[in-house]
Design a binder for this molecule. Structure first.
Ligand code: SAH
Length: 190
């Protein structure tokens, strides 16, 4: 469970059209598309890449910031023990929740609010996935990362760098830059 091949297999199996009603004819196109409220469903190849980068292990507790359509959430929830997902736009959250429960997921917890603050009550998290662009890494998210944990987050203004933040067992943090990406902005302090 959770190997790169398993992730790629589920990625191929999961019907992206279910997450983009109005634009479902474009589901097979490897690009981001509007999902309303000025937001987008991410490019599928990037969703796969980021899921592999996050390196989810069986039983992992995952925090996701930016539920959006719920497409990335499904990939996380398939391989994690539980997923805590935060979205700031209520209609997006409601639609995502409906889709994901229709798909049979019961290990996803939803919260409406500002994800740049994380979700303190359920911290720490083994993994954190951020799918909106932050100008800098939100310190609250680093605080809520468990020792041995890992976070994937697009960081920058305009074009962003897909960044990995690792916390070792002693609590030391290492930051690694990766490929350039383009996400909608994370609204909030960061
Ligand atoms: N993974 C999603 C990507 C959605 S786009 C998908 O593939 O569908 C990014 C999402 O982050 C948007 O839905 C946006 O509303 C949300 N967002 C932006 N800033 C946020 C914040 N501060 N807290 C929570 N959600 C936020």
């Amino acid at each position: 469970m959770g190997s790169d091949m398993d992730v790629a297999g589920y990625f191929r199996e999961l019907d992206r059209a279910l997450f983009m009603e109005g634009n479902s004819r474009y589901a097979g196109v490897d690009a981001a598309f509007p999902i309303g409220h000025g937001q987008t469903i991410s490019q599928p190849s990037l969703v796969l890449e980021m899921t592999i980068m996050l390196d989810i292990r069986p039983g992992c507790k995952v925090l996701e910031i930016g539920t959006g359509s719920g497409y990335q959430t499904a990939l996380l929830a398939r391989f994690a023990g539980s997923v805590y997902t935060v979205e700031r736009i209520e209609p997006l959250m409601t639609a995502a929740r409906e889709r994901l429960s229709r798909l049979g997921f019961s290990n996803i917890h939803y919260r409406l609010g500002d994800g740049s603050q994380g979700w303190e009550e359920n911290a720490p998290y083994d993994r954190i996935m951020v799918t909106a662009a932050a100008h800098r890494i939100p310190p609250r998210l680093v605080d809520q990362l468990a020792p041995g944990g890992r976070m994937v987050i697009p960081v920058g203004r305009g074009m962003q760098t897909l960044t990995t933040v690792c916390k070792d067992m002693g609590g030391n943090v290492r930051i690694e830059g990766g490929i350039p990406v383009l996400f909608v902005d994370l609204v909030g302090d960061y």
